[in-house]
Design a binder for this molecule. Sequence first.
Ligand code: ADP
Ligand code: MG
Length: 399
Amino acid sequence: MAKFKTLDDLGDVAGKVALVRVDLNLPMKDGSATDVTRVEASMPTILELADAGAKVLLLAHFGRPKGQRHSTLSTSYVQGDVSRVLGREIMFISEVAGPVVEQSISILRNGDIGLLDNVRFWPGEEANDPEFAKGIAANADFYVNDAFSAAHRAHASTEGLAHLLPAYAGRAMEKELTALDKALGNPEQPVAAVVGGAKVSTKLAVLENLVGRVQHLIIGGGMANTFLAARGVDVGKSLCEHELTATANAIMDKADHAGCTVHLPYDVVVAKEFAANPPSLRTCNVHEVAADEMILDIGPQATEALADVLKTCRTLVWNGPLGAFETEPFDTATVALARTAAALTQDGSLVSVAGGGDTVAALNHAGVAKEFTYVSTAGGAFLEWMEGKELPGVAALTC
Ligand code: ADP
Ligand code: MG
């Protein structure tokens, strides 16, 4: 793993101004956050700096104001939630640069926390304008990035600032980078990857990257149908990207050459209509899917075989559910395999790292998210990492 500085590399920070990029893009309802996981994630970094006597300025984006002030997208809307989670009062500052910020800093005592307004109110943020970044940097002594979820964007607050101030990874960023490195950067072998979800087209780059890096590629979800179709299986009415069968074959060839075993289901759960516990529900071999049926989950035999694969592996990286898990009983395979992975992790035989919006929801549904080694809540950034891309926000932190 490329080296980066952490809070351990900071000297005495008492009285210094810390600019901390956090993720405050909270889901809101009726003026308050419905989920504060992102604030909780950065709490150790914020409190560690404040308790060491730094003046902490929180910097974040909130929604998509597209470079202008937007009355309902001010970070002042999350001030109450952030304050409650941190258990500290925080001062809202209606700018990110200039004299207002300077004056606010002079009011803050050592250990106090300020919240800057939505950095995306200024077009220089998404344009990664160095002049804009310089204005923000002018008021601070050092920069801490604790927002992995925004690290796939080369914006002023995620990338530009790291070149203008001494830059450090926050505790949440450090934890995420360490976990991701254990999963794909420098993993214990054999490595298994589970890739599921709706479509091959959204995860082509992920599959291409993984076949060269893992020993077992487990394909489930709607995208498995495209791979089955590529192998000549009639998948009936299933969700299937028939125009991508050649691509699916190319991925399987590439896997062959790389010594990666691709696992496709040989039994599946099908129904004629997509509804909870439909009357037409049945389990069959993949070669027995009728023209008016659709595959909505992988079957029990396939699930058991995959559990056996995981038992031979030391590392697992997982993105995408194996079936249409939001609707019963099409959550069965995902829940079962997630529980197997969690048990192996708890036994100490498997390092398990998972990510993706629906994947996190599925693991929570299975009740095992906390038993995985690491679950990333970063959507886009996690996928780009699985694609093997260098994330600009991470690259800028490396020394
Ligand atoms: P993530 O958000 O974790 O990256 P995706 O968005 O790629 O995952 O995919 C999740 C979606 O895939 C879920 O809404 C799920 O219902 C759907 N899905 C999984 N298997 C199937 C299937 N066999 N047929 C249709 N949809 C499926
Ligand atoms: Mg999704």
